[in-house]
Design a protein around this ligand. Structure first.
Ligand code: FES
Length: 95
C-alpha cells in the first residue's frame, strides 16, 4: 500500500470486500471510496483525483469487490485490506 498524493483523497469505504453476485453488464467500481452506493460509483469522486473503473461481466458472476480501495488488482480484492492499520480500519467502520 502506498501513500502517494492521490491516496490523500481516497477513503476506506470498508475494511474488507463487498462480495456480491452481479448480472451480466457494465459496472462502475468506486475507486475514491466516497460513494454512498458502494462498491459502485455514485459520482462522489468529483473534485478528487480518482475516477471510477468500468468493469464488464459477460455472465452472472460472484465478485469480491475491493472495499478498502487499496487493492493492487483495482476492483478485485487481493487481500491488501489485511495490511490496513487497525486505526485506519476502525476509522472506516465509524464512517
Ligand atoms: S477489500 Fe481491498 S483488498 Fe480486500
Amino acid at each position: 500500500m502506498s501513500s502517494n498524493k492521490s491516496d490523500r483523497d481516497r477513503k476506506i469505504a470498508k475494511a474488507g470486500p463487498y462480495i456480491l453476485r452481479v448480472d451480466p453488464g457494465r459496472y462502475l467500481w468506486c475507486a475514491c471510496g466516497r460513494s454512498q452506493t458502494q462498491p459502485f460509483c455514485d459520482g462522489s469522486h468529483t473534485g478528487t483525483s480518482h475516477l471510477p473503473i468500468e468493469v464488464e461481466f459477460k455472465a452472472s458472476t460472484r465478485v469480491a469487490w475491493c472495499g478498502c480501495k487499496c487493492s493492487g488488482k483495482a476492483h478485485l480484492c487481493d487481500g491488501s485490506h489485511n495490511q490496513l492499520s487497525e486505526a485506519k480500519a476502525m476509522a472506516a467502520k465509524r464512517e
